[in-house]
Design a protein. Sequence first.
Length: 344
Amino acid sequence: MQRALRQLTGADGVVGAAIEVDTPGCGKWVGTSGQADVRTGKPMSSRDRIRIGSNTKTFTATVLLQLVAEHRVDLEGTVEHYLPGLIDTHGYDGRKITVGQLLQHTSGLADHVDGLDWDHPENWQSHDFTPRELVALALSQPRPQQAWSYSTTNYIVLGMIIQKVTGHSPTSEITRRIIRPLGLDDTYWPGTDATIQGPHPQAYQHIEKDGRTLLADVTDFNMAYGGVGGALVSTLSDENRFFTALLSGRLLRPAQLAQMKSTVVTDPDRTWPGARYGLGLISTPLDCGGRYWGHGGTTPGFETNGGVAPDGRRVQLVLNQTLDTQQGIDDKLATIQTALCENR
């Protein structure tokens, strides 16, 4: 495992990597490699707070499925039913999009994230986007051609449905139903605050400037563009606790957990080879047999991945640099395989 981490920060050139592996009956193992801050040389820590990106989607999906169990939301219900008039332009029709399709990324909605100017994020990274702004941005994009098309906009709409049904913001519902009951003390919604509160690594990504490739510090970023599809701040330990509770049945009734684990084939360009997508949950084949369940997330300067294996072993990995090479991506995924399969 330590060799796998050194591969990421050595040959792949990632600034820093940290991992937490927790095995029932065997205990917890943490490992780090590289730096949390290239300016000071501070080493990477497995205990620091990080942006977890699209792992946030699993939190949102869990609350939505709790509402299904409470008979307050129907997976076959349409967006038009819950949010009349929200999706009715540029060929998009909310009467033909169901809650279940939003959860599984089979709605046919474009991704507003693709409509942002990533060549010049400085022009919008401080903007406090509203959910309706993000939906409007998505509707201005061409319709995806594939049956399965990953779209954070799906989860922005789900957040709006949660608010409509409960009368409370989706962030407050997720906090009340998941974060507080599980004691996830280092998990919080940053809101419009572009900084990360508490101990955290700096976040880095390569940018092109004046014909040169530079390593930029992108730690401060308003995550309103991700909303309930990507904005949470957490830790490796809190993430492991959440996914363990979810998959052991502590957060969902058996029927809803089974629905969450009903999967379809994904586009490997938006996930990874062999991945199948459920309702806010990803299933991935293990090199040592079986499949593990989890998600993954990318934000400016952070890459997070992990999940829970059939024997209950759980892992969460964070890199404090956005990957931009296929080899780096392959080695990140191989590190998860090593963590879940080593000594099994």
